[in-house]
Design a binder for this molecule. Structure first.
Ligand code: G3I
Length: 390
């Protein structure tokens, strides 16, 4: 979907009408707030779906979802449909799920999500064609160019005519975490991965379907770090190689703490460099965990999570970010509560601390938390980005 300024098409009208609706509703709400002496931000409470608040600013809001939960839990499916204008399949488009045996493809589970998107007018973000995890046992890392070609042709080809799938994480997490894990000091690529291979991967993708948006996606780049510097160099390399790369997916699995600070300045410089390179930054996997020292109540913790969301999204929106995807919608299904995935020992080894892992906008009972409010407020206060046209 091109980010073009042009006169309104049907999708433009949808956005405009959302904008007017929220505008009118906001006015009513402000009147009410005035009478009750409340702050203006209250209009963003539970009343409007996040997708509507985002659309009012020409933006998208969404979450990572799983097809099996969608089929099993009606309340979850309803909430996704209400709140999201974009979703990412958490696992259904990964190599292990789509090509379990060499050359044998299956899209059954991914298509459950694609059908759901079609039904509810939700965009689908394709994640991912190339990763070092969630791969079938037979696949080496990195795969050979021949394997990549067969895979990309089949998977992207399956969604070429899709009306909902509009973007792909062409490559995911190709940058190593530090200099000891790479044999390529310039680009910091994971061992065995050459910049030319990634360039060729993007070229193959463009030859299959260049109508979609192409992203390079990674984590740990939300500040001025060894990793973000390598990530930006790799983006620059791809740009200079003349391949199609539309955006950078900034995953944003974030940890905030009163014991250490968030590198606001460094994050701003990452966003600025991407904008200067004309590579659109989007937030692809946002969730926020509060690190020790932990507060003495869940209420306080939820407020800390919410404040962190607001602070982070304000920075993003000031840099014209137009897409925010949280990695899940509810704490009921957060990946971080899984012992295999929780990256920090303190939490992994203390199950009694798990109640403090509340990284998403809705709680286990699908009730909105302060974090949802904060996201709503951030959208409400954001300046508009150019209207996204379908
Ligand atoms: O669906 C099966 C279920 O049938 C089985 O009973 C269960 C047993 O453990 O496993 C289930 O599959 C798991 C799947 O998540 C769904 O929960 C897989 O074992 C597990 O490996 C898989 O983990 C996912 C992981 O990526 C690997 O694909 C996580 O949910 C998902 O959140 C995580 O997502 C990654 C992003 O792709 C990239 N960035 C980091 C992010 C978090 O790690």
């Amino acid at each position: 979907m091109p980010y073009r300024r042009k006169f309104l098409t049907r999708a433009g009208y949808t956005t405009l009408s959302a904008l007017l609706t929220v505008g009118f509703l906001q006015k009513d709400k402000q009147k009410e707030d005035h009478s009750k002496n409340r702050t203006v931000a209250n209009y963003t409470n539970d009343d409007f779906p996040l997708r509507q608040l985002a659309a009012a600013k020409g933006k998208l809001y969404g979450a990572a979802i799983s097809h099996d939960i969608l089929l099993k839990e009606k309340d979850y499916a309803n909430l996704i449909a209400r709140e999201c204008s974009i979703v990412t399949p958490a696992g259904e488009l990964k190599w292990g799920a789509t090509e379990p045996q060499p050359g044998e493809f299956t899209f059954e589970s991914a298509d459950v999500i694609a059908d759901f998107c079609q039904k509810h007018n939700i965009e689908l973000h394709g994640h991912t064609l190339f990763w070092h995890m969630a791969n079938p046992d037979w696949l080496p890392y990195p795969p050979t160019l021949k394997m990549i070609e067969r895979h990309v042709k089949a998977v992207m080809g399956h969604y070429r005519e899709s009306k909902v799938l509009k973007s792909w994480d062409i490559a995911n997490e190709i940058i190593a975490d530090n200099e000891n894990e790479t044999d390529n000091p310039t680009y910091g690529l994971r061992k065995g991965v050459k910049p030319e291979l990634i360039r060729d991967l993007f070229l193959i993708a463009a030859s299959v379907d260049n109508s979609k948006k192409f992203y390079l996606n990674d984590f740990g780049i939300e500040g001025a770090t060894w990793k973000s510097d390598r990530f930006l160099k790799m983006v620059e390399y791809l740009k200079n190689s003349g391949v199609k790369i539309d955006g950078a997916g900034i995953q944003s699995h974030l940890w905030f703490s009163t014991a250490y600070s968030f590198d606001e300045k460094g994050f701003n410089s990452v966003l600025k460099r991407l904008n200067d390179l004309e590579v659109k930054p989007i937030i692809t996997e946002l969730d926020i965990v509060i690190d020790a020292p932990l507060p003495d109540s869940i209420k306080k913790l939820d407020q800390m999570v919410a404040d962190s969301y607001k602070r982070y999204l304000d920075l993003c929106f000031a840099a014209k970010v137009d897409t925010v995807i949280t990695w899940g919608l509810t704490d009921r299904h957060s990946w971080i509560r899984h012992p295999d995935w929780m990256p920090r020992k303190t939490f992994r080894e203390n199950p009694n601390l798990w109640k403090f892992l509340r990284p998403l906008p809705f709680d286990e009972n699908l009730k909105p938390k302060s974090a949802r409010n904060a996201i709503a407020q951030a959208f409400g206060q954001a300046t508009s980005t150019p209207i996204r046209l379908g």
